[in-house]
Design a binder for this molecule. Sequence first.
Ligand code: ZN
Length: 112
Amino acid sequence: MKLPKSIKIGAHKIKIEFPYEFENEDKSKHQLGNSNFTLSRIRIAKFNCDGEEMPASMIWATFIHELFHMIDAISGHQLFLDGSRKSELIVGTFSEIILQILVDNKYIKLES
Ligand SMILES: [Zn+2]
């Protein structure tokens, strides 16, 4: 399972840190991804809160999810930066649909 080392969004080069190990004692708040525009950085975990390797589909979904947050920040709209449940549901829904489109059209191959 590989992700790009960096990705360009508009004029911005965004560094991708994968696999990234988030440190959080509280499993219920375990992060799988993080997007930070001011640092031009996206971090994606490889392991879930139980230390198990996540399937490629989860990693790709998380990556696309964080891309949405980055695009939202870069555009200046900041529609999904409030961390609200509604924002996360919208980002999550579009991330899953885009992942399915990319997989179905063979732009992303998920290992079995
Ligand atoms: Zn999110």
